[in-house]
Design a protein around this ligand. Structure first.
Ligand code: SF4
Length: 327
């Protein structure tokens, strides 16, 4: 029987984890505040980004938009420009809409009401409700899912089962600290590869430590590979850039790009060009597809613009880096 199936083990488990967290928690800027705005920004950033990477974006974002009002008033293009490089731009667009909703109606404090805000799912709502407002609600992110899956040696835990386990473990007197402690354990000790079980503060409660990497079983993800062509046209003022559409990169700017077979002829026809010279190839992974982009350049008579004044996606930064002198 997994040790944590015995309810008497839970208080000891909590004490062991919180003691470890007190001694080992990283000093992160969003942990030094009770202000829900920076907590929310950090949680949105951390959904798809590692802490080390998120730190730089967090600092930049807070400097540009220090509170809900400043973010609500900013043009979307400025928000995307500051977010550029962090990826998953829908998060930035939703955060912007959320700030506008908060500016109009105020920030709700409960988990249930936070869920009604643009782009706020159960993870973000639980994080803000517990960390900023002390509501006893458990959160399950990727780290928590991995830790719980290992503690109970469950290769394929159901979302509902995970939620029930997380709620049973939750330390109701300080739910924000508790949620952060469990996530921190997953980030620092119970890592996806090579978890450090000998140093784990809760090893004696863990049913999966004999073979932790079996838990949870890898999720099957189908990622298509798609080919594309992009065209770099440079004039005296800079480059020809266009505003992208669609959910992944919509609102950002980038080089003319066409996916699929016949992409280059389509681009040449669009700009009335007879030919183009290859500049290189870049690859970029999105959630559901991997894009291989052959990049071309050709003489061009337009004026162009400075790409640093536009929100460029990480993909377009890679394309720009192929241009001699821009890398
Ligand atoms: S003992 Fe190992 S597998 Fe179990 S929670 Fe600790 S680090 Fe994770």
């Amino acid at each position: 029987m997994p040790p944590l199936d015995d309810p008497r083990a839970i208080p000891r488990f909590r004490r062991a984890l919180l003691r470890w967290y007190g001694a080992n928690a990283r000093d992160l800027p969003w942990r030094r505040t009770g202000d829900p705005y920076p907590i929310l920004v950090s949680e949105v950033l951390l959904q798809q980004t590692r802490v080390e990477q998120a730190l730089g974006y967090y600092t930049r974002f807070l400097a540009a938009f220090p509170n809900f009002a400043a973010l609500a008033q900013a043009p979307e293009e400025d928000v995307l420009r500051i977010w550029a490089g962090a990826g998953y731009y829908r998060r930035a667009r939703n955060l912007h809409r959320l700030a506008q909703a908060v500016a109009a109606e105020g920030l709700p404090h409960s988990y249930a009401e936070l869920l009604g805000l643009p782009g706020v799912g159960s993870y973000t709502a639980a994080a803000v409700a517990s960390i900023a407002f002390g509501e006893p609600v458990a959160l399950v992110d990727g780290n928590v899912r991995r830790v719980l899956s290992r503690l109970w040696a469950e290769p394929e835990p159901s979302p509902r089962g995970l939620r029930e386990r997380a709620e049973a473990l939750l330390f109701p007197k300080d739910p924000g600290r508790w949620n952060q402690a469990l996530m921190e354990l997953g980030s620092l000790v119970c890592t996806p590869k090579r978890p450090n079980c000998p140093a784990c503060p809760v090893a004696r409660f863990c049913a999966g430590q004999e073979a932790p990497e079996r838990y949870p079983a890898p999720r099957k993800r189908s990622q298509r590979t798609v080919s594309a062509a992009a065209l770099v046209l440079r004039g005296p003022q800079g480059y020809l850039l266009e505003r992208r559409e669609g959910t992944a990169l919509g609102g950002l700017w980038g080089f003319p790009l066409v996916e699929g077979e016949g992409a280059l002829p389509a681009l040449l026809a669009r700009y009335g060009l007879p030919s183009a010279q290859p500049l290189g190839t870049v690859t970029h992974a999105f959630t559901h597809k991997r894009l291989t982009v052959r990049v071309y350049t050709a003489p061009w008579n337009g004026s162009g613009e400075d790409p640093r004044r536009r929100p460029l996606s990480a993909l377009d930064r890679k394309i720009l880096a192929l241009v001699p002198g821009e890398g």
